[in-house]
Ligand binder design. Structure first.
Ligand SMILES: Cc1cc2nc3c(=O)[nH]c(=O)nc-3n(C[C@H](O)[C@H](O)[C@H](O)COP(=O)(O)OP(=O)(O)OC[C@H]3O[C@@H](n4cnc5c(N)ncnc54)[C@H](O)[C@@H]3O)c2cc1C
Length: 394
């Protein structure tokens, strides 16, 4: 139910649905829905379709080639792309760096960096976390020492998503040592195809190569590649939060997973009875359905506050935490009900030779992969700290 969406926004949702039905290539849709990894070429193909429609920079201002959409359009878009099985785009470039450049970049930087993102020529990764700086991001150590019109950069970034496919990285670097550790941090935009930049793969528990370690040794970066004033990156990073308030709810993803779980329960028969008819599973599915509905209305409340300009930043933590937990609960349920599987079975799968039915493997892989949702973008424990301090005032 589209509770209180205006007729204009309902028309917009219909337009988005119809565009996704017509424009999303079927092979990409099928593989996304099956949880298969897409190639970078697939992503570029989809991004170029979006760019031709003018819908790639969905959180960018119109004058820079974006959609100029407000929070409600962005919310609807995010829900519908997940439901349709559209792949995610180069998120660090589109959702993070683009808005940062538009807000803080010089005119020269806007002309230089925004168009290649829309043409899918520049593929960016986000270099924030380091081996000793994750939750405590301000502890980062990557150093950028000014030498004339260059910075000389040294350090290691960790868990960098899709660095193996990127030709640029935007890094948080330490340009000076201040008493307050949040001070003295700057943004540098660094080309990756040069000596001194090394990308080493990290394979996660789902058997996926999505994250990497990126080592940067004595790399010279021109001063004109610094985004924003020197030492001011911390406050610039806080600005990004305003763009991801309720996207973390993952409503589209959870709705899709739950529909898959119901379909799976209907078609899987154990001891002559479809799983969907067993009281235990019905109870679990009903509980998840109720959780999804509660999350949806919470997200709507936050969205309404945001439109009214009075959304509390801390409420994002509630939505993100519950959204992540819900996706994990649904995929774990499917993995459990897939049966037969245990962790070691999955981890010792011979390469290219699945020893379990594809459905079960898929469910297990999804469940393992969803673990990341309570780690990145602020772990579950960090979100709980924020909720305790700023909402419950404990
Ligand atoms: C799949 C994936 C993709 C990622 N992609 C990127 C990327 O593209 N770019 C990037 O920069 N980073 C990326 N990250 C890194 C991510 O942001 C960090 O993993 C995250 O911030 C947690 O930091 P950490 O791994 O160093 O764990 P730590 O911060 O060391 O935390 C370890 C454990 O301690 C808990 N903990 C830490 N501090 C507290 C506290 N104060 N109170 C209570 N508990 C606490 C944490 O919740 C966690 O359970 C990615 C991570 C993953 C898993």
């Amino acid at each position: 139910m589209d509770l209180n969406f205006s007729p204009e926004h309902q028309a917009f949702r219909a337009e988005v649905k119809s565009f996704l039905t017509q424009a999303l290539p079927d092979d990409i849709r099928q593989r996304t829905l099956r949880g298969e990894k897409l190639s970078k070429d697939d992503h570029i193909r989809w991004q170029r379709i979006l760019a031709a429609k003018g819908w790639l920079g969905h959180c960018w201002k119109k004058e820079y080639g974006g959609t100029g959409w407000g929070p409600i359009e962005r919310f609807i878009w995010d829900e519908e792309v997940h439901l349709a099985g559209a792949p995610r785009r180069n998120i660090p470039a589109i959702d993070l760096l683009g808005p940062l450049i538009i807000e803080y970049g010089t005119e020269e930087q806007k002309q230089r960096f925004l168009p290649p993102i829309l043409r899918s020529e520049h593929w960016w990764c986000q270099g924030f976390s380091e081996p000793q700086a994750g939750s405590d991001l301000a502890a980062l150590k990557m150093r950028a020492v000014r030498d004339g019109d260059h910075y000389v950069v040294n350090g290691t970034k960790m868990w960098t998503s899709y660095a193996q496919e990127s030709n640029w990285i935007f890094c948080l670097v330490r340009t000076s040592q201040e008493q307050k550790k949040q001070a003295g941090i700057s943004y540098l935009l660094i080309p990756m195809d040069q000596p001194g930049v090394t990308v080493s793969p990290i394979i996660t528990v789902g058997g996926v190569h999505a994250v990497n370690q990126v080592t940067i040794e004595d790399v010279h970066v021109p001063v004109e590649n610094r985004l924003g004033p020197e030492g001011e990156a911390w406050s610039m990073t806080q600005f990004l939060l305003s763009y991801e308030r309720i996207v973390g709810a993952g409503l589209g993803a959870s709705t899709r997973y739950l529909a898959e779980a119901r379909a799976f329960a209907r078609r899987t028969v154990r001891d002559g009875v479809p799983l969907a008819r067993t009281p235990r599973l019905r109870e679990k599915l009903a509980a998840l359905e109720a959780d999804l509905m509660a999350l949806k209305y919470t997200a709507y409340r936050v969205l309404a506050d945001e439109v009214a300009g009075k959304a509390e930043a801390s409420v994002v933590s509630v939505v993100k935490l519950r959204g992540a937990q819900l996706q994990q609960a649904i995929t774990e349920l499917m993995s459990e009900e897939g049966g037969q599987l245990s962790w070691p079975d999955v981890l010792t799968l011979p390469e290219g030779e699945p020893v379990v039915p594809v459905d079960d493997e898929y469910h297990a892989q999804q469940a393992f992969d969803r673990r990341k949702l309570t780690i990145y973008g602020g772990s579950a424990e960090i979100q709980k700290n924020i909720i305790a301090r700023r909402i419950l005032r404990i």
